[in-house]
Ligand binder design. Structure first.
Ligand code: UDP
Ligand code: MG
Length: 309
């Protein structure tokens, strides 16, 4: 019988974790003739009783394992740590808040066993229940990402997916420190089948990815998987140089041919302000890439484990 590892990143999930475990137990019973399970709970140094619950689970049932970090290294690092610790023939990643419905795993496993693909990935059909502004920004992000990146990052894609060991090993080979897991999944390739499901609201507790973190997550993704912004910066720079050249010709013509020496202060100020703003914007874009390079070059560990079993 094949073994499925379930990797679950957790940060302050004391209320959601027991509900998830209930659902997982039901799932394991339903799949008892198909596979055995290993559940790897990754604790991001939670401030509540999450780790205590994990330890209790492990004491009661050895299929529950846990890894506890020295601080919150973020969801993407937890995914990496969980995948690295996993020993199953197939591995799945699941949020702790039941927004990735565990029962979907039955269908995923069926498709993976019968088909010739290496990954069955889940995507939300809609973002019902989410604040409107957040879902609008997310939509824009995925549209932009699809345009400027060579790798297919599907709108509504979750990290929730069932992968073969081959694909997991490929993901583990991507050792970058600044991780954007959805991009990494797309980058490693492998044939992926998508299944859609209705969005679910968080089972308990509060979101750990507030708006400002979501925006920096999106920027990290763009910088990690596309260099188009850099190209765009150069193109905008070139357009402005060209416009400046034409304007210079006009000024020279005015000055020497038409003898029209009156100069416009306001138009000059507008051009100056806009020009400076643009230069700063372009420097900012370059800075984003430089910052990511800086973090990569240092080769710091992606996480530090405090305890595990
Ligand atoms: N998470 C984590 N570290 C973080 C933020 C989130 O391990 O810094 C975990 C969290 O416990 C959950 C999953 O990542 O299991 C998704 O987080 P959340 O549900 O808060 O994000 P949302 O669904 O609101 O985007
Ligand atoms: Mg959630």
């Amino acid at each position: 019988m094949k073994k499925i590892s379930i990797v679950i990143p957790c940060y302050n999930e004391q209320d959601a974790l027991p509900l998830l475990v209930d659902e997982l137990e039901k799932l394991i019973i339903r799949m008892k003739n198909d596979a055995t399970f290993e559940i790897i709970l990754v604790d991001n140094c939670s401030e509540d009783d999450t780790l205590k619950i994990m330890k209790k689970l492990h004491k009661k049932d050895k299929k529950y394992r846990y890894i506890s970090f020295s601080r919150n290294f973020g969801k993407d690092s937890s995914i990496y740590a969980g995948l690295k610790a996993s020993t199953g023939d197939f591995v799945t990643i699941m949020d702790a808040d039941l927004q990735d419905p565990p029962e979907l795993l039955i269908e995923m496993y069926k498709i993976l066993k019968s088909g010739d693909c290496d990954c069955i990935a889940a995507r939300r059909k809609n973002r019902k229940g989410e604040p409107l502004i957040r879902s609008m920004l997310a939509d824009i992000f995925y549209k932009v990402m699809q345009k400027i990146s060579d790798y297919e990052i599907v709108s509504g894609a979750r990290d929730f997916r069932l992968m073969t060991r081959k694909m997991v090993n490929a993901v583990l080979e991507m050792e970058e420190t600044v991780r954007f897991t959805k991009g990494i999944f797309a980058w490693v390739g492998f044939k992926t089948t998508w299944i859609a499901f209705e969005n679910k609201e968080r089972s308990a507790g509060k979101t750990k990815l507030p708006m400002k973190n979501a925006i920096s997550y999106a920027m990290r993704g763009i910088v990690a998987f596309s260099t188009v912004p850099l190209l765009l910066a150069s193109v905008i720079g070139m357009i402005f140089c060209f416009a400046a050249l034409i304007y210079t010709v006009v000024i020279v013509f005015n000055h020497f041919i038409l003898n029209n020496i009156v100069s416009g202060y306001s138009s000059l100020m507008c051009v100056l302000l806009f020009g400076f703003g643009l230069v700063l914007l372009i420097l900012g874009i370059i800075g984003q890439y430089l910052a990511q390079m800086y973090l990569e070059v240092k080769r710091r560990p992606k996480y530090i484990i405090k305890e595990s079993c």
